[in-house]
Design a protein around this ligand. Structure first.
Ligand code: 4GY
Length: 259
């Protein structure tokens, strides 16, 4: 309902560049453009009463269907072509994603999937949301960006667009910074340091000044494991550790208890 949000004019940095270069694009389908009455009504009352309004069913459904149709053009199958499928252009439908606090947590894997597939339909709710039957019939997946409530789905959609954009080949100069970033490994990032060497008595860890790249890599892996264990133990539980990783984490814990 607020297409002005998605012009991309405000975008800076890698996402702004990717938009201007046409590596990614956003097309908006405004429910109001599909409203038939003379007031172009897009809201409706909830059955059972209570505060607030819901999105009117027909306009949001028509907007979703039109978006799906348009996105089908841009959509590519991520499948590696086989002898059988070669040339046979399968009409792949884009995933229709509804952003809401009731959704499953958004993951880096979701973003990677949508970047690879070439298109995704993001449904931005307003008011108190949409009729449950639309979720059942027209939404493939309900996804949340966190346990808090915003006033509409536009900001969550922008978060998705930003996260997908930096995974689009060519959008970020250094591919390594994308493949090595936090969560690709299922762990938090290791701590980072820049100049000066000392800030109010706090020194840059000596190993980072050593020039020994093997040692630095080992230290960073150990830090990533240790920090994740401290700050997000749920991520450690969700992931099995290799023998080497377990050993590094044990070392981190032994070294940290000392201090
Ligand atoms: N949190 N994660 C979120 C949100 C706003 C009423 C439905 C969230 O994804 N979306 O808070 N969305 C609501 C507002 C309609 C979307």
């Amino acid at each position: 309902m607020f297409p002005e949000t998605f012009t991309g004019d405000h975008l800076i940095g890698v996402t702004g560049r990717a938009f201007r270069d046409g590596l990614v694009s956003v097309e908006c389908f405004n429910p109001r453009d599909f409203a038939m009455d003379r007031h172009r009504t897009v809201d409706d009352k909830p059955y059972g009463g209570g505060p607030g309004m819901l999105m009117k069913v027909a306009p949001i459904r028509k907007a979703i269907h039109n978006a799906k149709e348009a996105a089908t053009e841009a959509h590519v199958s991520p499948d590696v072509p086989t002898e059988a499928s070669k040339g046979a252009s399968k009409k792949m439908l884009p995933e229709v994603v509804y952003l809401s606090p009731q959704g499953q947590p958004l993951t880096q894997g979701d973003l990677a999937e949508w970047a690879l597939k070439g298109s995704v339909v993001l449904v931005c709710g307003r008011y108190e949301g949409i009729d449950e039957r639309i979720i059942e019939s027209d939404i493939d997946r309900e996804v949340s960006i966190g346990d808090f409530v915003l006033s509409g789905g536009e900001v969550p959609a922008m978060a998705v667009i930003d996260g997908v954009t930096r995974l689009v080949p060519g959008a970020v100069g250094d591919r390594d910074s994308v493949t090595q970033d936090s969560f690709s490994s299922g762990l938090l990032d290791y701590p980072q340091f820049t100049r000066p060497e000392e800030i109010e008595g706090r020194q840059v860890p000596e190993v980072l000044l050593s020039g020994d790249h093997g040692k630095i890599e080992r230290w960073r892996q150990k830090q990533a494991l240790g920090k994740t264990w401290e700050k997000r133990p749920d991520l450690i539980r969700a992931r099995s550790l290799t023998k080497i990783e377990q050993q590094l984490l044990d070392e981190y814990l032994a070294e940290t208890v000392k201090k």
